[in-house]
Write a protein that binds this ligand. Structure first.
Ligand code: GYE
Length: 328
């Protein structure tokens, strides 16, 4: 019995030492959307499954909280820092401090500007400009399918967080396509901060200000889902009176598409956990990742499937066929 106890104690110590050996810290933006929650869960699960120590900070959408979190990580002398910046600018000083502390930095999702003088070991993010293009191309082709290409249609846009590359990129992609699509006319474009509540509020004000809104492009599905509530409250039929296209493609958007209240969503995967763990293992083994960038998303989901959604001619998939595979 005594021997068994000693063995158990030694085992606990070994496991304890092994898991305390590496500490990974993650400075996350907040919990503004289904995408973000899934992203946080994916990273946490994958890191904890390796038995590594995990330190997490939720900045509640505030840049100053992130700066504080990064400085805390430095003073705790963590081994690796994962970082998603809420906006693109204003990180130069604190990221230099991370570099001076010689803590390898991995950028997730949103990329800061001015990175020429900052060292980072790896970066994973979506191609936001391409996602915006896909939203607009799908819409253009859907309108054509409805036989409405000669009709002038009024478009409103719900933008993501101002100053975030996820928002500027998607907006640029959308506008790049719409500038050559004269029948789709943007009559209003405003931030809804990537949240359901603000999407709902801004859509309500759009509906009050404009009698005729034919299309809503939302930089994420949460804002589209919030907007659907305002559209219903205004006595209009979402998905029919107003064509609604979002981005991210969580299950909640699939449900809305299957219910006919939303028309399409462009994929942007939040499931970074396995990529991050793979990168960390390679870095721990001394490999130089050469700041690689991965864009793992490739689909668009709608009610029917078959509508072209990229410049190189990819076809959308039917949401009802794919919802079972969805992990977020
Ligand atoms: O689309 C949105 C989230 O940065 C790609 O942030 C991410 C975006 C995502 O809040 O839902």
């Amino acid at each position: 019995m005594k021997r068994l106890l000693t063995l158990a104690l030694v085992l606990c110590m070994v496991v304890g030492v092994a898991s305390a050996e590496v500490t990974i810290a993650f400075s996350q933006i907040g919990q503004e959307s289904d995408w973000r929650t899934a992203n946080t869960d994916s990273v946490k699960k994958a890191i904890e499954a390796e038995g590594w120590n995990y330190v997490y900070d939720d900045a509640q959408q505030k840049q100053e909280n992130q700066v504080k979190a990064l400085r805390n990580f430095i003073s705790q002398n963590v081994d690796y820092i994962l970082f998603t910046g809420v906006v693109s600018t204003g990180w130069d000083e604190v990221l230099k401090e991370v570099n001076e502390a010689e803590i390898p930095l991995i950028l997730l999702d949103r990329m800061p500007d001015n990175m020429d003088d900052i060292e980072y070991a790896a970066a994973f993010g979506g191609d936001f400009v391409e996602e915006g293009r896909r939203m607009a191309i799908w819409t253009k082709n859907y309108v054509e399918k409805l036989g409405r290409s000669d009709e002038e249609l009024n478009v409103v846009i719900l933008e993501g967080t101002t100053g975030a590359d996820a928002a500027t990129g998607r907006q640029n992609g959308i506008m790049e396509i719409l500038k050559d699509t004269p029948n789709l006319k943007v009559i209003a474009s405003q931030t809804g901060n990537f949240t359901r509540a603000e999407g709902q509020a801004v859509m309500e004000s759009f509906l009050k200000a404009h009698d005729k809104i034919d299309v809503l492009l939302a930089h994420n599905d949460d804002m589209a889902l919030g907007a659907i509530e305002s559209i219903k409250a205004a006595g209009k039929v979402p998905g029919k009176d107003i064509i609604i296209v979002g981005c991210d493609s969580p299950k909640t958007a699939f449900d809305a598409i299957i219910a006919g209240e939303m028309n399409a969503t462009i994929e942007c995967t939040p499931l970074y956990g396995p990529f991050v763990v793979d990168a960390l293992k390679r870095l721990m083994a001394g490999e130089d990742l050469g700041r690689e960038l991965i864009h793992p998303e490739e689909s668009c989901f709608d009610a029917e499937g078959g509508i072209v959604f990229t410049l190189d001619g990819k076809l959308s998939e039917k949401a009802a066929d794919k919802i079972g595979e969805r992990q977020y």
